[in-house]
Design a protein around this ligand. Sequence first.
Ligand SMILES: Cc1cc2nc3c(=O)[nH]c(=O)nc-3n(C[C@H](O)[C@H](O)[C@H](O)COP(=O)(O)OP(=O)(O)OC[C@H]3O[C@@H](n4cnc5c(N)ncnc54)[C@H](O)[C@@H]3O)c2cc1C
Length: 289
Amino acid sequence: MQFFKKMKVQKNKLLKEYSTFKIGGKAKYFIEAKTFDEFKQAFLFAKENNLKIFVLGKGSNVLFDDSGFFGLVIYNNINFLRISKTKVYVGAGYSFPSLGVQTARRNLSGLEFAQGVPGSVGGAVFMNASSYFQTVSDTIKSVVYLSLDGEIKILRKDECSFEYRNSSFQKMKGAILSCVFLLKKDENAKNRQIEILQKKTRNQPMNEKNAGCIFKNPKNTSAKKLIDECFLKNYKIGGAYISDVHPNFIINEKEATSKDVLDLIAHIKTVVKKKKNINLVEEVKVISP
Ligand SMILES: Cc1cc2nc3c(=O)[nH]c(=O)nc-3n(C[C@H](O)[C@H](O)[C@H](O)COP(=O)(O)OP(=O)(O)OC[C@H]3O[C@@H](n4cnc5c(N)ncnc54)[C@H](O)[C@@H]3O)c2cc1C
């Protein structure tokens, strides 16, 4: 361990502990940033040491490599929540499921689905997460963003280029620090949330080690349906297999390696291309060392 401007810089931190897949080797350097200023300092540390950066939320949409990450992982733990009437101001490290629960509990509608998306608010914005006809981009108003050179910017929703599982942040190199959501008063929010979660737990392997949907849905069909129609359910490589509950999920059953998962991804793509003539595109972020 070393210190940089009073911040703890950890070395050789095991990334599998920070991923819902429970896969991944060690990060050469690791900083947990709890404030805007700590994020700025972390960027400075990377610059001074010529390190590449990876901004980590709750690790629910990433596949880390078994050989780790040879740069600086900054774990976002900016964790505040302020709700005023229908306006929600929230830190990007705040748990997205907790945000869903806290808002629905106050009869606020728009983020009921968040309870079943096990990421951070920043990760949900980056990915434009969605489920059961609700999407981050429906209710987001603005995003506070830190660019790599340490400049803080406020981006309005129309400056974020939200699309299905995409946002302008995926082409940028900085970090989402906080966001404002604008919700609607609705007495049915809590009931709707319960309904969504019940449907989700019936249709997805929520309690296994996985990273959610592996592929994006192609136009006019779903990856789940395509994989199912290619009879790939339960197909196994090493310690990883294709879920029979939801075939767009890969499960780490027995100490799977990143190679097991990558080989399984490659196999699915080959079979779906051959049988359906469709090129599946990964939704999960594969983080090379
Ligand atoms: C059981 C299960 C169910 C799921 N269900 C859904 C679902 O219904 N709908 C859905 O959309 N997704 C779903 N997912 C996928 C995942 O939860 C979402 O993509 C989530 O939004 C990722 O957030 P995260 O904080 O875990 O991001 P991470 O996995 O930590 O990171 C994902 C990407 O976002 C970037 N990132 C994260 N935080 C920041 C930040 N503050 N600034 C800049 N970049 C950042 C990372 O660099 C990385 O590229 C599911 C996953 C699981 C395991």
